[in-house]
Design a protein around this ligand. Structure first.
Ligand SMILES: [Fe+2]
Ligand SMILES: [Fe+2]
Length: 475
């Protein structure tokens, strides 16, 4: 018997090798048959890494715990940079609610191949819950494999830490979804992903809004679609939409720019201004997207709302903008929501063709200026209230000489200028991993505020990755 408290003798490298090769074979099996030479070659790498582990261990245990994998006792933390290395493993574990996978040394190479095939199989009609997976595992005779369910508290955990993989999972899911457009779109998974987002929003809205400061993490449209989805859901929740309505809004927001995949990259990424004929092609993305979704509506459970949002998200309240929409007099509520959010995320993202990238605070000011023409005023007001004067992620200079990043707004309107701020430099400008400060805090003797934000700074000028700091607040 193994003593579970015994420290692992496995090296960090072996643990990393096991997880990396596991990811690679899971990825390859989605594309190749199990007898493909390329797949078999990589499977042997995985097999070799496992055997290296078995030299010191009497079992290999891969465990998912929120922001890390543990291979036996060795922690392999995932973050934006290395997420891709573990992506397939994270996806399989989350999709099947697997918490721990244990492999025993009697396992043969043949059993390992069968197990990889088993794990990657998708039978969406039947669903793939943990119970079903475990039941089928027993029926499929895998004597040297054991699965344990993701503990409930981890599974439904709504801590901030698990928002990070959910964000990244969203980007990758949308990538798969958009790439598979020619065949079929797996809206079932999109729906599940949106449900987790809604759960997270319930108690960690500020953190999720903070994550939308992640820009250009992968292709622009993917990253943008995830941000638009998160912010639309947050606004929809504040407007009192029901859960089923939020799910429809979320799907619609994810798919609003699906038509862009049919627009040539030379036009999408053209530095500088588009020529009139190029602009006309670009503007077709609304029509193309709506048409695409309308054709798939019946077979793939795409809501009517998604077709409308794809069509209407560039139309202004007076029905100007594009496309010209002669028959309707008013856009749908979801289209109006996505319009506000889409505009905000677009102008706060650096793009080759945009002369200026706005900080969150500047973006709100510009939007305020253009509000009458561009947005439905009440919706815009709710958006401003949600984002606060200094939206989460704002880099703020204080009268104390310190610099910090806004991590949460103050819910009291009277204290809108006094959010919670994580200090990142001291008064001398030296970088620090400072505490989170409540800007509403007063000196008990003088009754004066201890600190006040004097201005918002441009993170790019200071070479600061705001999201790195936001994520660090939950380490
Ligand atoms: Fe668009
Ligand atoms: Fe967009």
């Amino acid at each position: 018997m193994t003593d579970d408290n015994r420290p692992s003798e496995m090296s960090f490298k072996t643990a990393l090798d096991i997880l990396t090769h596991f990811h690679i074979v899971l990825k390859l099996i989605k594309v190749y048959e199990a007898n493909n030479l390329g797949f078999m070659e990589r499977l042997r790498d995985f097999w070799a890494a496992l055997n290296e582990g078995f030299k010191t261990e009497d079992k290999i245990q891969i465990q998912l715990r929120q922001d890390s994998f543990f291979v036996n006792k060795i922690r392999l933390k995932f973050n934006i940079a290395n997420y891709i290395v573990y992506k397939s493993v994270i996806e399989e574990f989350l999709a099947r609610q697997i918490g721990t996978l244990t492999l025993f040394p009697d396992m043969t190479e043949d059993e390992l191949v069968r197990f990889i095939v088993f794990l990657s199989r998708r039978d969406l009609a039947k669903g793939f819950s943990f119970e079903r997976t475990d039941e089928e595992l027993h029926a499929g005779s895998f004597p040297d494999v054991q699965l344990k369910k993701l503990p409930k508290e981890e599974h439904i955990d709504i801590s901030e830490k698990s928002a990070i993989p959910i964000y990244i999972l969203g980007v990758h899911h949308l990538k798969d979804l958009f790439e598979s457009q020619q065949k079929s779109m797996n809206i079932h998974l999109t729906r599940r992903w949106i449900q987790s987002l809604i759960n997270h929003l319930m108690s960690h809205e500020a953190f999720l809004i903070g994550l939308t400061n992640i820009k250009n993490f992968q292709e622009y449209t993917l990253n943008h679609s995830v941000n638009v989805c998160i912010l639309s859901l947050a606004l929809g929740r504040r407007l009192g939409l029901t859960r089923p309505e939020l799910i429809q809004l979320g799907i619609s927001a994810c798919l609003h720019d699906v038509g862009k995949f049919d627009i040539p990259n030379e036009i999408l990424d053209k530095p500088g201004k588009l020529e009139p004929e190029e602009r006309a092609v670009m503007e077709k993305h609304s029509h193309i997207g709506a048409g695409k979704l309308a054709r798939r509506k019946a077979t793939e459970e795409i809501p009517d709302a998604a077709v409308q949002v794809a069509m209407e998200h560039h139309i202004k309240p007076g029905m100007s903008g594009y496309p010209k929409y002669a028959r309707r007099k008013k856009m749908s509520l979801f289209s109006q929501i996505v319009k506000v959010i889409d505009y905000y995320d677009a102008i706060t993202t650096k793009r080759v063709y945009r002369p200026k990238t706005f900080t969150p605070e500047e973006a709100l000011k510009l939007m305020q200026k253009n509000c009458a023409e561009e947005f439905e005023p009440l919706l815009f007001k709710a958006f401003v209230q949600m984002m606060g004067v200094y939206p989460v992620g704002t880099l703020a200079a204080m009268n104390s000489g310190e610099v910090g990043i806004v991590v949460e707004n103050n819910p009291l309107a009277a204290f809108a200028y006094r959010p919670m701020v994580k200090l990142i430099t001291d008064q001398m400008g030296r970088k620090i991993d400072g505490p989170v400060i409540d800007m509403a805090e007063q000196d008990p003797q003088t009754k004066k505020f201890k600190r006040t934000i004097v201005k918002a700074l441009d993170p790019e000028k200071y070479n600061i990755q705001v999201t790195d700091y936001l994520m660090a607040t939950v380490q």
